[in-house]
Design a protein around this ligand. Structure first.
Ligand SMILES: NC(=O)c1ccc[n+]([C@@H]2O[C@H](COP(=O)([O-])OP(=O)(O)OC[C@H]3O[C@@H](n4cnc5c(N)ncnc54)[C@H](OP(=O)(O)O)[C@@H]3O)[C@@H](O)[C@H]2O)c1
Length: 279
């Protein structure tokens, strides 16, 4: 699997297929993504946005065609109460947050039909910090029992929040999954902290939030030069910059195009030029 290896020795592909908002199409689209060649899947125990059970169904049906569990990288998330729909909370809303994390993870294993996930991600920081660490310690318990090979955090846009988590955690976060967009200054400070602390940065909203970049003359010219699409150029730029993008495309054509990105390499000058229109 070509891609990234974290400090926990976990290998991740260079791009991950995201399964949000696909509802009853989830199973078919995940099967299409696996057929196209995706080796990594992102989901969450959050029925409001993800059908985690159908992700599990898709992986199971693909196993019948020879896919082994270890051939595929799976990450799921614990979503705190604030991110759940009150009608579909996948754990006891009155339980302590420590127990909610454990219950949510049991549900994820049942949905995904696996006894471990490669990464377990907290969907967003929890405040106050003491509650955050209580939830994180439940994730550490899951890690120690072998339920997750590493842990991650998402939607964490303040460097001091990530630094504090990193300092207080016994099992340090290995992944940060954030929206990659102009309003957060593309997380420059956070990403510097990630590089120093060996945390892999994953991006979402990568295409949706960056139409102005994709439609710039620079990206258009580079796309023409390599005979690639504008999203392919942007994904390649991110990858060569140490960022792992997620894609949730519903188009089989786009799935194929997204996976062809490793066929070419941008020059140092091109990377610097794209940097200069982003920052
Ligand atoms: N942690 C979080 O809170 C969080 C939040 C949001 C998302 N996520 C994760 O990230 C995944 C991706 O979500 P996203 O927000 O980045 O958006 P997305 O679902 O990937 O949507 C991106 C848009 O780009 C288009 N697209 C994708 N590949 C393309 C290509 N090669 N050429 C042209 N257009 C292309 C898609 O259209 P087509 O379908 O037509 O290709 C779609 O309209 C989600 O499924 C989820 O797993 C996580």
């Amino acid at each position: 699997m070509t891609g990234f290896t974290t400090s926990y020795g976990v290998k991740l592909p260079w791009i991950i297929y995201g399964t949000a908002w696909k509802k009853e199409q989830t199973k078919d689209l995940v099967i299409e993504a696996l057929k196209a060649g995706f080796k990594g899947i992102d989901t969450a125990c959050q029925p409001k946005h993800y059908n985690e059970g159908m992700v599990g169904d898709a992986i199971t049906s693909f196993k019948e065609h020879g896919l082994k569990r270890e051939d595929i990288y799976i990450q799921t998330k614990f979503t705190p109460l604030a991110g759940q729909d009150t009608t579909s909370i996948p754990y006891d809303k009155n339980a302590l947050i420590f127990d909610q994390v454990l219950q949510s993870f049991e549900k994820s294993k049942e949905n995904l039909k696996t006894n471990y996930t490669d990464t377990l991600i907290m969907h967003s920081p929890v405040f106050p910090h003491s509650l955050f660490m209580e939830a994180w310690s439940a994730m550490e318990k899951i890690y120690r029992r072998g339920g997750a090979r590493q842990l991650g955090i998402s939607n964490c846009y303040e460097t001091k929040t990530l630094e504090r988590l990193y300092k207080d955690a016994t099992v340090k976060p290995a992944v940060l999954q954030n929206r990659f967009y102009q309003e957060s200054g593309y997380d420059v400070e956070l990403r510097n902290f990630c590089s120093k602390s060996k945390i892999l940065y994953q991006s979402f909203w990568t295409l949706t939030a960056n139409g102005h970049i994709l439609n710039s003359y620079l990206i258009k010219d580079i796309a023409k030069k390599y005979d690639k699409t504008k999203p392919q150029i942007f994904f390649r730029y991110l990858n060569q910059s140490g960022i792992l993008p997620l894609t949730g495309t519903c188009s089989v054509q786009h799935m194929k195009e997204d996976l062809q990105v490793l066929e070419f390499e941008l020059s140092k000058e091109e990377l610097t030029a794209i940097d200069s229109i982003l920052f």
